[in-house]
Design a protein around this ligand. Structure first.
Ligand code: SF4
Length: 121
């Protein structure tokens, strides 16, 4: 097929058509590979991290010893940090108590696929 593209006798219109077909075929192949690799390498995120992060003050100040609130939320969810009051700007009523209550109510990881299935049922 490539030889056809460089054939001197080939009509220019046909060469353009072949070029378009080759580009479409390459696009389809790469789109398929992209979808395949996305499915193979996708990282399942525990949705509790997002919920805990929303309950933190969100200053990303690092006073808790973590680079930001997201890392603090990850460690709280994983159990690496048990005490949310390490967050210096946080308040007991508005931040710490809701986090402790949420993690007590949701001790197991929550993944997006599970929440979709629950909504469908
Ligand atoms: S101390 Fe609190 S506000 Fe600051 S980064 Fe840590 S969790 Fe976020």
């Amino acid at each position: 097929m490539i030889n056809l593209l460089f054939d001197q006798n080939l009509d220019n219109g046909l060469a353009i058509l072949y070029s378009i077909l080759v580009l479409v075929a390459l696009g389809a192949i790469f789109a398929f590979l992209l979808c395949l690799f996305f499915q193979i390498f996708k990282v399942k995120e525990d949705l509790r991290v997002r919920e805990v992060e929303k309950k933190l003050p969100g200053y990303n100040c690092g006073a808790c010893g973590n680079p930001g609130c997201h890392d603090m939320a990850e460690k709280l969810v994983s159990g690496e940090i048990k005490d949310p009051s390490l967050c210096k700007p946080g308040k007991k009523e508005t931040n710490f108590d809701p986090i402790v209550a949420y993690l007590a109510a949701n001790p197991a990881p929550i993944y997006e696929e599970e929440t979709k299935k629950e909504k469908e049922n």
